[in-house]
Design a protein around this ligand. Sequence first.
Ligand code: ME8
Length: 639
Amino acid sequence: MDKSKKFYVTTPIYYATGKPHLGHLYSTVLADVQARWHKIQNINTFFLTGTDEFGQKVAQAAEKANKDTKAFIDEFIPAYKNLWKNYEIDYTHFIRTTDTYHIKAVQQWLSDLMQKGDIYKGAYEGWYCTPCETYLTEKDFEKDVKNPLCSSCERATQWVSEECYFFKLSEYQEKLLQFYKENPNFITPKERAAEVVAFVAGGLQDLSISRTTLKWGVPFPGDEKHVTYVWADALNNYITGIGYGQKSKEEEFQKWWPADMQILGKDIVRFHAIFWPAFLMASGLALPKKLLVHGWIKVGDQKMSKSRNNSVDPQGLYEQYGADAVRYYLMRQMAITQDGNFSLDDLEQKITSDLANDLGNLLQRMVMLADKNGISEISARTWTNQEKELKEASDEMESVFRKEMNRGFCHMALGAVWKFLNQSNAYFHQNEPWLLARSDRDAFHRVLSATCYSLRAAAILLWPVMPKKMEELFLRIGYPFSLDVNHVAVIGATWDGVFTLQKGEPLFEKPELKNQELDNVEESTKIKEEKYITIDDVIKVELRAGTIIECEEVAESDKLLKMLVDFGEQGKRQIFAGVKKYYSPDDLKGQQGVFVTNLKPRKMLGQESQGMMLTTKDAEGTVAMVRPGKNAVNGILLQ
Ligand code: ME8
């Protein structure tokens, strides 16, 4: 372990008002990838994540559910922890803001700042946004508006008038501006930095940091009528989670603070780039080295969120596609600088093209070819210019990857790996090793060997993103992997090792086409003169008439509609069909169609499809449902 270096990374702590959705997973995978990127270089790493459990938003959600607040929150913690486990999120510590050590440390922090004069008592009157847990400032709305909407989430605000404690934020305006100037990469990407600087330059008001109308919060030290404003409590998790405020953990805290990278979505950039540094300045603590601010995952044109009820369940994706494929998709598809749309079609396409074809196939073809020719051990050969070029490309990949990962641009780093994988595939195919196996054994060995080096280099860099799959790849080429060496340094070393190959299943499974229902129908309706089937084949297929009694869009898919179909005495079934482009749910409700009812049920987005709707496709590609004859009884068998 390189003791001279350390890396401390954090995620936002998520409101414990529901199960985690794909947006939460995205931030958390970003942090996990960063942590692993440092671990694989043998750098000592601390990764903090957790839940935000105080404040009006949480209290209101519990009240709505008619539950005791703490009991309500406790129910969601396993959902977070299990999901993180499934997705190989290897955090060091999971903080809950209701943990006693955190509450005590926040109270100590408040007392210290009161003593220093950075916190004072006053009165607050103004608009408050509960979903964002934030007070509107004068700049946030037009003066003559009666009940302004929140400038961030555009939802209604409430008028609040109460005695409260203030933090002297206004005193930090110049210091903050100076800090941003001296540390131009503090807020990454730059677009986000510009917004923050403009906001601070426009003037800062003191910040109300306590509430009297709310009970669910950290009690204010010395004045228990007040509870702490949730952001003043929550932001401090980044220091209390590594020992701040605990005597026995002072050394630990000194070791890890300041954070090297704090990951967050653009919705909470002001809190992290303005309040948080000001709080730290007031406490005399160093500021984090980098805030990595990412965009939103959207469904259609809207931000995915619990309150909009459009969130994608990451557990379903995990069950259907596996953790590594989803991790890869999120890291590759979402550019850190932009919002990105989530679509199942894209996800499936990326798994097929990037993972199964470019990466998995190269490994599979190489190993199978070696096996077919009785080779399991491959040692280094004398390289020709071609291999030397490939090695140079590998070094180039490593250097671009390093630069991009260190600034937090994971999608660009992955782009560099795929550029190299394309070069490696081209090298393999151009050399036609299947011919060399017969004509030139030495050259055959050389191509296999260079391909092993290429795969190893790519897999080392991909391990932070797809740890399980890459460990499988290491096994298949016989590369010993453990976290006590700097593997990234191995990439640039001379190519002089021995690889031991092992046969196995393809590394990535190609997802069945989501539109399998349609495709199956297309296939079966194509007249294939050369392939007749017998009557036995025909009667195997159970076709029944059924009425669609419920139908809704599947938000995460461009193609699927989810239907509930009534088959009379045969019961009701949930069936997915890829007809979203051609029908709205209302078009289909009440319609009678023809369905295959003995097709093996299959999972779609974690839910079962229990049949298949028959459709036709005309010359223009327009799809239409097949209908049974007039007045068919639901459930009747078509023969
Ligand atoms: O704001 N796309 O918690 P939160 C991408 N407790 N990321 C998303 C997302 C989306 N559609 N939706 C959520 C809070 N996120 C506070 C934070 S920190 C001291 C306190 C991610 O549950 C993103 O990181 O609303 C965003 O900043 C965070 O979840 C907000 O989670």
